[in-house]
Design a protein around this ligand. Structure first.
Ligand code: ATP
Ligand code: MG
Length: 728
């Protein structure tokens, strides 16, 4: 065992080793990107297990995504050489879901409670607004959702909110907040924010529960601590009150969830909350080249009040950061696609390449371009699998089977596929359930006053099917078989097949995919149950579909990229208004945007490329409009980038500087036949309006021709479609 422990410590530098071997008591590890914070957590867990200081069941390790949690568990198992099922290595939400499943009854829920995602939340908020007769165009469900979510994340209850309202708008929020919470409880449902809030309530109000958990978790570790909010902070406080063995790691420069009420003070004030905290600083970066680090540091130095850090690396200077200007988003996507193909041809694995963007909507153009080019890739986020209508329908069927109170699920499926059950009939059933204080299921089965005969029959048939399915569900067989039965017996698949459209076919495939997911679950789960399957699927976060080993290029937002690393990174859409996002410029929340850029840049190991488009389609229609390149690009020191000379001076872009008579003449003369890089071949003799004669030495994706001009002795990269250049 001693040799194994030595081996474990060998792969660490002195401060990392110090953190890994630190014994009892609170600890704060505050360090920059890529300095091995996450590695310290995995090694610390392994060390505690190896040395016998901890048993697996005593460990609680919190990460922000399921993907990060899975990776952490894998790493630990690799280090200790055995499965450690009893460890709690998971996200805040997953840990809360587990606690609440065991104790939901103490809060007035049943253990089969449903978890509402943000679309469900908005639907319910709209219903609450409608009930009170508010105009949902003026008071949008989305606005309500963000207010209420912020309140919940800062531990403000509906009553407390109501006491502090200061405007008519807030008065309405207060009403809706109370209604919404009441409705959730009535439907035996919680939203994402509630899961944390209710866990905190559980621990605060039930001493026995608190004692049990805080005794159990002798060792608590939290990654990405800079992104925790007040509720999460409170939750950790309650859980660690007994042993105080709380180790947190984070980087204030990577705090990017302010919009979800993450509170950077949690990390800045850790030493005040725990005066005896052992503080460790890590300064060696093991991920990136010096150039990439310098670029990241230059960028973040524009923020006020960062904690000073001195990151260094011995991975060498590396290549300059590449900056590329493109005509528009299509040229950008074309160029990035061609670059990826070139890299793959050179032997780079697709899984080593990632493209980041600010918002999901930006992925579509690239999505299409890569598909056309036949490059295997995956989009993390965007239209998520579990948010597709047919998948949600299928899940709603299963949900209604386990939770007969879930009116949202019932409303979703009763007439899907069409059974001739109208909106009015549905409302009657819901109202009847309310009036009688019974579940929707019971109401739908019984005599609902005021229902027309056809509707009554249709609902009766629907409930017969549901009852048959429920009997099957109660046999506790494999989830996949039950799901298959649901899809067939409900008539859902038949209805899709009858549509005979491509879209319907796609839906059928998605449902097949869901059945395989269930089958996968059946195989993996120790003690599988439909309840658990449903809870698990409702927790799937965006980055969960990441499958690294299959050689796929990864497309994701910068938010999703947190904690990950890729040898080759492209960041596209580097324009003011896109990134930094227009909303942040308006709200002057630039510093958080800059931290997001810092996160993006520091994911890159070897090569970083930043692109921007001169014109871009406005979101939500409208024509292409001119853009301004991102201020973040101007914050990068020139000597770290390879911005082609054309962009800075000497090669005025036709159209933009039409008043320069020479340029105007040049563009008029040359633009006609220079729109396409394909016109040039390596070896072509060319002539440039200002630089004279040269020869094409290389063609690069995105319409770039590399030309060596007579007497210059070096190559210049020119955009074929704008540079005043033509074949001789
Ligand atoms: P981030 O702030 O982005 O989350 P981090 O501080 O968590 O980064 P890690 O992801 O733990 O950093 O480590 C970055 C990379 O450096 C990983 O590939 C990790 O394996 C490697 N690394 C860290 N420490 C060492 C070390 N002592 N020896 C070799 N490699 C290391
Ligand atoms: Mg990390």
């Amino acid at each position: 065992a001693d040799a194994a422990i030595d081996h474990l410590l060998e792969g660490l530098n002195p401060p990392q080793r110090d953190a890994v071997t630190h014994g009892e008591g609170p600890m704060l590890i505050l360090a920059g990107a890529g300095s091995g914070k996450t590695r310290v957590i995995t090694h610390r867990i392994a060390y505690l297990l190896r040395t016998g200081q901890a048993r697996p069941g005593e460990i609680l390790a919190i990460t922000f995504t399921n993907k990060a949690a899975a990776e952490m568990r894998e790493r630990v198992e690799l280090l200790v050489g055995r499965a450690t099922r009893a460890m709690w290595v998971m996200t805040f939400h997953a840990a809360c879901a587990r606690m609440l499943r065991a104790h939901a009854d103490k809060l007035g829920f049943t253990r089969q409670f449903t978890i509402y995602d943000s679309a469900d939340q908005r639907r319910l908020m709209k219903q609450c607004l409608d009930n009170r007769g508010y105009d949902t165009k003026r008071y949008t469900p989305r606005a309500m959702q963000s207010q209420i979510s912020r309140a919940k994340n800062t531990l403000v209850t509906a009553e407390q909110y109501a006491e502090t309202v200061g405007s008519p708008f807030e008065e309405i929020v207060a009403e809706i907040y109370a209604d919404y919470d009441r409705e959730l409880l009535r439907m035996n449902a919680m939203d994402f924010d509630d899961m944390l809030l209710n866990s905190v309530r559980l621990l605060e109000r039930h001493q026995d529960v608190r004692d049990a958990y805080s005794n159990q978790f002798r060792w608590v570790m939290v990654d990405e601590y800079q992104d925790t909010n007040k509720v999460q902070y409170r939750w950790l406080q309650l859980l660690t009150s007994e042993h105080r063995n709380l180790a947190v790691v984070g980087d204030d420069a990577q705090s990017i969830y302010g919009f979800r009420a993450a509170d950077i003070r949690n990390i800045l004030e850790f030493e005040e909350d725990y005066p005896d905290a052992h503080v460790v600083k890590l300064e060696q970066n093991y991920r990136s080249t010096q150039t990439i680090l310098d670029a990241a540091n230059a960028l973040i130095s524009n923020n006020r009040g960062q904690m000073p850090k001195h990151l260094w690396t011995d991975l060498g200077q590396g290549d300059p950061v590449r900056v590329r200007e493109m005509a528009d988003e299509h040229a950008e996507a074309r160029w990035v696609t061609a670059e990826i193909q070139r890299l793959v041809d050179e032997g780079v694995s697709r899984s080593e390449i990632a493209v980041f963007y600010r918002t999901n909507a930006q992925s579509r153009v690239l999505d299409e371009m890569l598909t056309r080019a036949g490059v295997a890739y995956q989009v993390i986020g965007g239209p998520k699998f579990y948010e597709r209508a047919e998948v949600k329908d299928a899940i709603a069927y299963l949900t209604f089977l386990v939770n007969p109170q879930d009116a949202t699920a019932f409303t979703r499926i009763a007439n899907s596929p069409r059974r001739g059950i109208g909106q009015t009939s549905l409302s009657r059933v819901l109202a009847h359930a309310n009036n009688m204080g019974i579940s929707v299921w019971e109401a739908a089965e019984g005599e609902v006053p005021g229902l027309a005969k056809p509707a009554r029959n249709a609902i009766g048939r629907f409930m017969d099917t549901m009852n048959a399915l429920k009997r099957r569900a109660e046999e506790n067989g494999p989830v996949a078989q039950l799901l298959d039965a649901v899809l067939h017996e409900s008539g859902y698949l038949d209805a899709l097949h009858a549509e005979r459209t491509i879209e319907a076919q796609g839906r059928v495939e998605n449902l097949q995919e869901l059945v395989s997911a269930a089958a996968q679950y059946d195989v993996n789960a120790e003690n599988g149950s439909l309840d658990e399957f449903l809870q698990q699927t409702s927790l799937f976060a965006d980055s969960d579909n990441l499958r690294e080993d299959e050689g796929l290029v990864t497309l994701m937002t910068m938010h999703n990229a947190k904690g990950l690393e890729f040898p080759i990174v492209f960041m596209i859409g580097m324009e003011d208004g896109t990134f930094p996002h227009s909303r942040s410029i308006e709200e002057s929340n630039l510093e958080e945007e800059r931290r997001l850029a810092y996160v993006g840049v520091t994911r890159a190991m070897r090569q970083l490329t930043l692109t921007y488009a001169r014109r871009r389609m406005g979101y939500g229609g409208g024509g292409a409009t001119p853009t301004i390149k991102s201020r973040f690009l101007d914050e990068l020191p020139r000597e770290l980038t390879d911005q082609p000379a054309r962009i800075s001076r000497g090669f005025p872009t036709p159209g933009r500087v039409a008043s320069w008579s020479q340029a105007a003449a040049a563009s008029a003369e040359y633009s006609a036949d220079t729109n396409d890089a394909q016109l040039f071949k390596v070896g072509d003799d060319v002539v440039h309006a200002q630089l004279g004669d040269g020869v094409v030495t290389d063609l690069q994706p995105g319409g770039i021709v590399v030309v060596r001009f007579e007497g210059e002795g070096r190559d210049r990269s020119l955009m074929a479609d704008v540079a005043p250049i033509r074949k001789r």
